[in-house]
Design a protein around this ligand. Sequence first.
Ligand code: MTE
Length: 341
Amino acid sequence: MSRKETLGKDIKSHEITDESLYLKRRDFMKAMGLGLGILPQFSKSNTDLQSGSHILTHNHQINNEAPGWVKQKISAAHPGLYSTIETPTPYEYVSTYNNFYEFGSGKDDPVANAQNLRIDPWSVEIAGDAEITGTFTLEDVVAPHDLEERIYRLRCVEAWSMVVPWIGFPLKKLLSRFKPLSTAKYVRFETLYDPSQMPGQRSLFKSIDYPYVEGLRIDEATNDLVILAVGLYGKYLPGQNGAPLRLIVPWKYGFKSIKSIVKIEFTSKRPKTTWEVSNPKEYGFYANVNPNVDHPRWSQATERRLPGGLFRSSQIDTKMFNGYAEQVAYLYKGMDLKRFF
Ligand code: MTE
């Protein structure tokens, strides 16, 4: 089926209103033959969690070099678990207000500098404490997985937030394919290092070391909420958002959600992660969203929800674990979260 047939014809970005979101969601459910009610298999006890879709709300032309097989998989994505019913931040903000230091430290640098990121071919090395390791193509990594949409809150450590309809698949499904050994206690992720494509890596005034590295404890990494994303708003991920493959860990500050991943490694020791190395007093390994533990230079009790408006305050209270406590609080039972921030 062509993309046009799947996506519907005439949805323009300026139509992103609550009503159009509702109507497109309804179309999506209909197209999937799912009826209009909330589906029992998708509903959760928490009223914030529901099946929903913003897959059909955009018709932007982005990242033409995305391989056809990914585009096809994205158009076949289905609504997944754990999506919030909060209004998604419009695509225009999600794709133009970015943190991706490899492309510059200003919020509008990534969109300006990431357009020519070469994402095809792309390979991902799987290394460390697992039965199966090696270098795999993006297709090896992604193609066996059904893609789903997860509409998640994204809370940056800088105290702004968005709501983003990602398209991806659970990280735990990928990890299990490589059969991690019992010595694998952590998972370490690495971003592409290619100064010829990434001006931030060539800069004389680098504020962080490259390649960008992130990590999770293995029980965090295999929590249901963690996904590897290949798309957003029903489209292929733009370079500035971390094409072709990025991590999404919705209960942690955004810097844990590492972009443009080229290496995933199972380790027995806790990896040294980029922001922790750059300033260990300000950024911890755990980086769980926590309104009770302030950043040394600002409060984390509230956040600015983007886009905000002239007449409407966009300041909202920050929730423990970014509102995902029901799914993740068990991971930190008995831990002093002020110490392990
Ligand atoms: N990944 C890499 N490789 N480099 C980065 O600079 N910035 C992080 C994270 N992942 C970053 C990264 C930060 S601070 C945030 S808030 C999120 O990406 C932002 O994701 P977005 O631009 O898609 O909203």
